[in-house]
Design a binder for this molecule. Structure first.
Ligand code: AMP
Ligand code: GLY
Length: 417
């Protein structure tokens, strides 16, 4: 089977690595650290299956355009991608489906928005309705700050047009959990669960990021609990999509929060998480390409099997990330890190070193062959028999990697070991 993976980050690298066990994989546009990256746009490539990694092209209708060519696509059309592309639409769908979620209101003018804030207590959560590169959420316990935030969003000052429509919701308390499922339009099967670390600093301090690390599985979460999430949350969501005439074929990433016996949906994403993909996909032991093809063709019968072990991924970021990431620093140690048993290094914000002679060999990356090009540069995954073992491998690998100003969290999965 020939598979085209669309995207350029560590998640797409993890997809490519897992798929290439059984399929011929090309990644577009990929990056110089991902094998078989090509610059040709997906619309001009031939393949049996297209797998779309990030949300932006899905929201923009890439899966529809590819399907119009008659090819199999794993990834929802623009209609289903509204689950992530419009939080107001997603929340209404959840209410219609009877799925538990934080109490909310959707607003595009200030007065009713502020009146709604006055009905909440505890913490106030203000979100852009549309995509804002993962940054459009403010959580505050201060009513005055919440009011200022709403005003800044609605005026366009904070996020431009993306902020002119907001969702305000009550703050939930508890740990977060990400549950992943594959959907073929009707049937839905579980595909692992994970927890990510969104804050930049150890101990969950500092600003929010795209994700600084993740681990899977989550020890206190049982398969039985995930079955309940499937039955009570994800299945009803798919049924509600169908009632709206939406044939959703792709990943459902369900972000949950709360005490384990009272989980509520925070968000749906229409793609795998990054960095969650980097701890789930390496654990898949069945034929991932077959599962994704079955979902794309409406023939999904079996859930992927994941190994009995665990995986931990640590994101290595550039100086200044998340506010002002610096680029252009030479990266050393990827090859040495990859030499550690059970370790995979997934490349995201990297570029070929300027002026270097010869092409970068993504299978054996030499010191200095790649330079930093973006905030989250590498995602270093360790696998092991349990989380302690996986964490040991991941951090032994991170120790080998360096560039000026590189930073990473030192406590990914630490509270568990
Ligand atoms: P979202 O993009 O909706 O997942 O929000 C990003 C992050 O903001 C989440 O991962 C949570 O950490 C936090 N967050 C979002 N909604 C809530 C909520 N209702 N209560 C508490 N924290 C929230
Ligand atoms: N890890 C969070 C996300 O992918 O949205």
């Amino acid at each position: 089977m020939k598979v085209v993976v669309v995207g350029s980050g560590a998640r797409e690298h993890a997809f490519a690595s897992a798929l290439s066990r059984t399929a011929d994989v090309v990644v577009t546009p990929g990056n110089p650290g991902i094998p078989s990256s090509v610059a040709t746009p997906p619309e001009e490539l031939e393949a049996d299956l297209f797998v779309v990694g990030p949300e932006a092209p899905l929201v923009a209708g890439l899966a529809d355009r590819l399907r119009d060519r008659g090819v199999a696509v794993f990834g929802p059309g623009a209609d289903g991608a509204r689950l992530e592309g419009s939080k107001a639409w997603m929340k209404q769908l959840l209410v219609d489906a009877g799925v538990p979620t934080a109490r909310h209101g959707a607003f595009d003018t200030l007065e009713p928005a502020v009146a709604f804030l006055d009905t909440l207590s505890g913490t106030y959560v203000v979100k852009t309705d549309g995509l804002a590169a993962g940054k459009g959420v403010t959580v505050t316990a201060d009513l005055e700050e919440a009011r200022r935030t709403v005003a800044a969003f609605l005026s366009g000052e904070a996020f431009g047009d993306a902020g002119r429509s907001v969702v305000i919701e009550e703050g939930l308390i508890g740990d977060e959990l990400s549950v992943f499922a594959l959907c073929d339009g009707t049937r839905v099967v579980p595909c692992g669960w994970a927890r990510d670390h969104k804050r930049v600093g150890d101990g969950d301090t500092g600003p929010n990021t795209g994700g600084m690390g993740a681990y899977s599985p989550v020890p206190e979460v049982s398969a039985g609990l995930v079955d309940r999430v499937m039955d009570e949350i994800i299945e009803p969501t798919v049924a509600a999509l169908r009632r709206r005439g939406i044939d959703y074929r792709g990943v459902l990433y369900c972000g949950l929060m709360g005490p384990l016996d009272d989980l509520k949906v925070l968000e749906y994403n229409v793609r795998f998480g990054d960095p969650e993909a980097q701890v789930i996909l390496p654990r898949v032991t069945s034929d991932l390409a077959e599962h994704l093809m079955a979902a794309a063709e409406g023939q999904l019968r079996e859930a992927p099997t994941l190994d009995e072990g665990a995986a931990v991924t640590v994101v290595c970021a550039t100086e200044g990330y998340p506010s002002a990431p610096r680029s252009g620093d030479a990266i050393v140690g990827i090859g040495a890190a990859q030499g550690i048993e059970g370790v995979e290094v997934f490349c995201a914000g990297v570029a070929a070193a300027p002026g270097a002679t010869g092409k970068v060999d993504p299978h054996a990356i030499e010191d200095g062959a790649l330079v930093t090009a973006g905030g989250r540069v590498l995602s270093v995954t360790g696998r092991g028999s349990d989380l302690t073992d996986a964490r040991r491998g991941a951090y032994a690998a991170v120790e080998k990697i360096s560039w000026p100003g590189m930073h990473h969290r030192t406590d990914i999965g630490a509270d568990l070991t």
